[in-house]
Design a protein. Structure first.
Ligand code: TXD
Length: 317
């Protein structure tokens, strides 16, 4: 079986971790593209030179030429500026739209069969733009936000309850902004509702609610919390791992159910916008969107988050 090919557009902080994870997991051969001369070549050489130590077989190539992404199965885009302390993701829209325009043209020309996973911020708008310019089918242009936002929510729940993160299940939907929708009702420890466990822990429904609200708030602001600490950039290990879970599900046709920024055509009452929802990811990209009924409170949060996505996306027109 021929190896798969993964191309990374953007060789910055997230791009570097993506390349290393692709190699460590032997997902396929990897090309890293960046406009900075020497940067992708240097990073890929650096990773390639420990193949014997890390025990992987993969060809790693850094490049400044889009031609090298030809034949990619999956392309992951991180090109674009990250935010600085005090900035919102939306503040990046002007500069990153310009970058995304050139990136999407390169992908369209040289990797027309690829499934594209966008990471660049503001996420929901950048995925929308990437799909428009490539003209690829909606199921092959998606965005990473929900896997990370959900993982953050899961982490806070696990810490609070003193249980392994592996046994916590929780999901966030909606846009990748401060209005994202962490789903409290479906958060569980191996199926046991988290709210029930919090009520037992605190012997008070009111206190349990307070503790959950604090975790929801921290989840919504978790990206900003890291930015404030780092001062010079934003989270990079966690978005890379999250996108790799999506890429792996596509490359290996795993059909995992991952919260994914997908183009909605009526699902969850949304039509014609990219929004985070649970999706089955396989060799055809988004193979299904899993729908379920939101309660009134959840729907109101979803509507608010979608409204924020719409106003940002519409501002690009
Ligand atoms: O979960 C998520 N979706 C995210 C997204 C979580 C955290 C950060 N997220 C966003 O990813 C962040 O706000 C940025 O918009 C992107 C990339 O973040 P990263 O931390 O990797 O940024 P860097 O280190 O600045 O890297 C960006 C690279 C850098 O090497 C530039 O030279 C390159 O992008 N760049 C380009 N590459 C290709 N083509 C063009 N035009 C280009 N312009 C810049």
């Amino acid at each position: 079986m021929a190896r798969k090919k993964i191309s990374l557009i953007g060789g910055g902080q997230i791009g570097g971790v993506l390349a290393q994870l692709c190699a460590l997991r032997e997902l396929g051969d990897v090309v890293m593209f960046d406009i900075v001369e020497g940067l992708p070549q240097g990073k890929m050489l650096d990773i390639a030179e420990v193949g014997s130590v890390d025990n992987f077989d993969a060809n790693l190539k850094g490049t400044n030429d889009y031609k090298d992404i030809a034949g990619s199965d999956v392309v992951i885009v991180t090109a674009g500026l990250p935010r600085k302390p005090g900035m919102s993701r939306d503040d990046l829209i002007e500069v990153n739209s310009k970058i995304m325009t050139s990136v999407a043209e390169g992908i369209k020309q040289y990797a027309p069969k690829a499934t594209v996973i966008v990471i660049s911020n503001p996420l929901d708008a950048m995925v929308t733009l990437c799909q428009k310019i490539t003209g690829f089918p909606y199921n092959r242009v998606i965005g990473q936000a929900g896997v990370l936002d959900s993982a953050r929510f899961i982490t806070f729940i696990a810490w609070e309850l003193g249980v392994s993160v592996k046994d916590v299940n929780a999901m966030t939907l909606g846009g990748h902004g401060d209005d994202m929708v962490p789903l409290v009702r479906y958060a569980s420890v191996n199926g046991i509702p988290v709210m029930e466990l919090l009520e037992q822990k605190y012997k008070s429904a009111e206190k349990a609610k307070e503790v959950m609200e604090a975790m929801v708030k921290r989840t919504r602001g978790a990206g900003g919390e890291v930015v404030a600490l780092l001062k010079t950039g934003s989270a990079f290990y966690s978005p890379a791992s999250s996108a790799i879970a999506m890429a792996e599900s596509i490359l290996k046709d795993q059909k995992r159910v991952l919260p994914t920024c997908c183009f909605l055509q009526g699902e969850f009452g949304v039509n014609g916008y990219y929004v985070g929802v649970p999706a089955v990811l396989g060799e055809n990209g988004v193979e299904q969107i899993l729908q379920f009924k939101l309660d009134a409170e959840e729907q109101a949060m979803m509507d608010k988050s979608v409204a924020a996505v719409k106003s940002l996306v519409d501002s690009m027109k």
